[in-house]
Each structure stands twice: as C-alpha cells, then as structure tokens.
Design a protein around this ligand. Structure first.
Ligand code: ZN
Length: 210
C-alpha cells in the first residue's frame, strides 16, 4: 500500500491517500480545500480510482472538499456523533474563516468503535477517539503499522478540547486507551503537522502521559 499525505489550505490540514496499484483503488482520508483535485491527480498518476472518503471528524477544515467526492458518487464514511457537523457545517462558522462557504457532506456509512472497514482488500479498524470533538475516529492498519488519527493527537501535542463538544478528560482517555495501546512502532498520521510514532508520543508527549 502506498501512503501519500498532503498539507492543504486554508489552515494546513492533512489529506491522506492510501493507494493499491494492484487493485487500482485509492482511499482518501479527510478532505481539506483542494483535496479532491490533489487526490484525483494522484489516483490518475497511479492508475487508481477513488473508492472511498473517510472523514476522521466533522470539523470544517477536514471536510471543505467533501461535497466534490459526494458529487462523484464516492462512498463517504463518518461517525454519527458528528452527524450535525457533517450535515450543518455552518454551525462551526464562528470558528472558521469568515466568508468561506461550508457545504454539508452526506455520509453513506456510519462507522463506530471496532468496525472493520474492508477497503483496498484489507481491514482497516475503526477506533473512536472523542475528546477533540464527539465523533473523532481513527483508522488503524495493523499490516501497515499505521494509524490515521484525525485531530486526537499530534507530534508533541494534542487536539484542541476547547471547541464545542471538546473535553480534555475524554481526549486523555481516548489517547491512552486507543492510541498508546497500539504497538510502539506504529506510525501516527495526524490531521495537522508531521507524522510521529506511538513510542515517541508515549515517551515525550507533554500533554498526555501513558
Ligand atoms: Zn478538528
């Protein structure tokens, strides 16, 4: 599996593409602005078609381009605890950039803790990691030793918990139980900033100690 990441506008949110050139399929995780163009170009270069968009959570900067995927009939996934944010992203307009058009994203399949998504001929495990917002999920691939965590944890930092629906105690529990419990060598792909590893965060993350 090929993993490509790209930081995209307007506030530096990571889009991630998982590509399998044998199956000729591509799965996209999160859709900041320009994510559709970026992922389409990438998929074309690898001779793949985009088969799924997984939204780690319903914050506007992760779903700005989501409607373009929907328009192309690409299947979308999200957690029902963020249903309102996916359906009415304008509720977060006070926290977004003024004047930005925030379009709703229709979710085709609601995911939850323990679900195993069959994508790219592999199993991607869904883990629910609320605290940054109620519906933040992560995808974990044991085969690839990779965790795509949205805004739960960052290299040396953690997600904001002061936004509506945020809660530090809940976030701390999510990180300890769902992320720090992964094998040490697992690469963490956060929604913002560089990748890190489980062991690096367990050893030095100043906000949540194991
Ligand atoms: Zn967020």
């Amino acid at each position: 599996m090929i993993i490509e990441t790209q930081e995209l506008p307007p506030i530096g949110t990571n889009a991630i593409a998982l590509l399998d050139t044998e199956r000729k399929e591509c799965v996209v995780i999160d859709a900041p602005a320009d994510a559709f163009e970026w992922a389409s170009g990438l998929a074309e270069r690898y001779g793949c078609r985009i088969v799924a968009l997984v939204l780690t959570h319903g914050h506007w900067d992760h779903m700005l381009d989501g409607w373009k995927f929907v328009q192309q009939g690409i299947k979308t996934y999200g957690h029902a605890e963020d249903r309102i944010l996916f359906g009415e992203p304008s509720r977060m307009a006070n926290f977004a950039i003024p004047g930005l058009e925030l379009k709703p994203v229709e979710i085709d399949e609601w995911v939850a803790q323990g679900h195993k998504l069959e994508l790219l001929g592999r199993q991607l495990e869904v883990r629910h990691v609320p605290g940054h917002c109620p519906g933040n999920v992560m995808l974990y691939s044991e085969d690839e030793a990779a965790a795509f965590v949205g805004d739960a944890i960052f290299a040396g930092s953690i997600g904001r918990y002061d936004l509506p629906g945020g809660d530090f105690a809940v976030l701390e529990k999510s990180i300890r139980e769902q992320i720090y419990s992964l094998p040490d060598a697992t690469t963490i792909y956060p929604g913002h900033g560089p990748t890190t590893t489980v062991v690096a965060e367990k050893q030095s993350n100043p906000f949540v100690r194991p």
